[in-house]
Design a protein around this ligand. Structure first.
Ligand code: ZN
Length: 217
């Protein structure tokens, strides 16, 4: 009896051990699966940043859409396509942070350039890349950059408040060199929209869809 009792105790102990091990193994499996699931669901650092950035861009896109509602929709005489982030090499390898509106007649001084938004003229004058350029900062802080001008609208000065449709100047081919350089590329307007100027080049957004949207109004 004693031996039998000891045997069945050993048997039940070993069964118990097996059960414990099974439970532990199952628990491990569950924990492992949960860890995998959580890892899969939780975006890595960069993706969190991108997600937040995408959200911010979405909000700012609405702001831009609203503040350019008074922008002129007539773009006759010019043509543009989507060249955002295409390669550029003047001044080193870099990206194209804007949309180029090309003068179909390639004649500097021919096509007028109007402000897309209300804002304040915060930049005016020569810039090596942009040539004769105008920078307008809208009330929401978005920066609208008009580059490669031929000439400025008479009397336009830094600090001026402009309304949508205000003449800023005329399309040209200035830039890519020291002050007064022209003719390094066909006549066009480089339009840039920068949503957080203090954040640098990463915060230029693509003007192309906004232009398409305006033009279709
Ligand atoms: Zn450009």
């Amino acid at each position: 009896m004693g031996r039998k009792g000891a045997g069945s105790r050993r048997l039940s102990e070993s069964l118990l051990n097996k059960e414990i091990w099974l439970c532990l193994a199952l628990l491990c499996c569950i924990l492992w699966e949960t860890a995998l699931l959580v890892a899969a669901m939780r975006p890595e650092g960069d993706e969190v940043w991108k997600g937040e950035w995408a959200l911010a861009i979405g909000v700012i896109a609405d702001t831009v859409r609203t503040e350019i509602q008074g922008a002129p929709t007539d773009m006759k005489g010019s043509a543009y396509d989507d060249s955002f982030l295409s390669e550029r090499n003047y001044g080193g390898e870099r990206k194209h942070y804007g949309t180029d509106l090309m003068d179909l007649a390639d004649t500097p001084g021919r096509l007028p350039i109007y402000s897309m938004t209300k804002g304040v003229v915060t930049n005016l004058g020569w810039n090596e890349l942009g040539g004769w350029r105008v920078g307008v900062t809208s009330p929401s802080g978005v920066y609208y950059y008009y580059a490669h001008l031929h000439s400025y609208a008479p009397g336009l000065e830094i600090g001026d408040t402009v309304q949508p449709g205000r003449l800023l100047g005329y399309m040209g081919d200035s830039g890519y060199g020291e002050e007064g350089t022209t003719g390094r590329f066909p006549t066009h307007l480089h339009l840039g929209i920068q949503v957080y100027p203090e954040a640098g080049d990463e915060s230029w957004i693509n003007p192309y869809p906004f232009l398409m949207e305006r033009e279709s109004k």
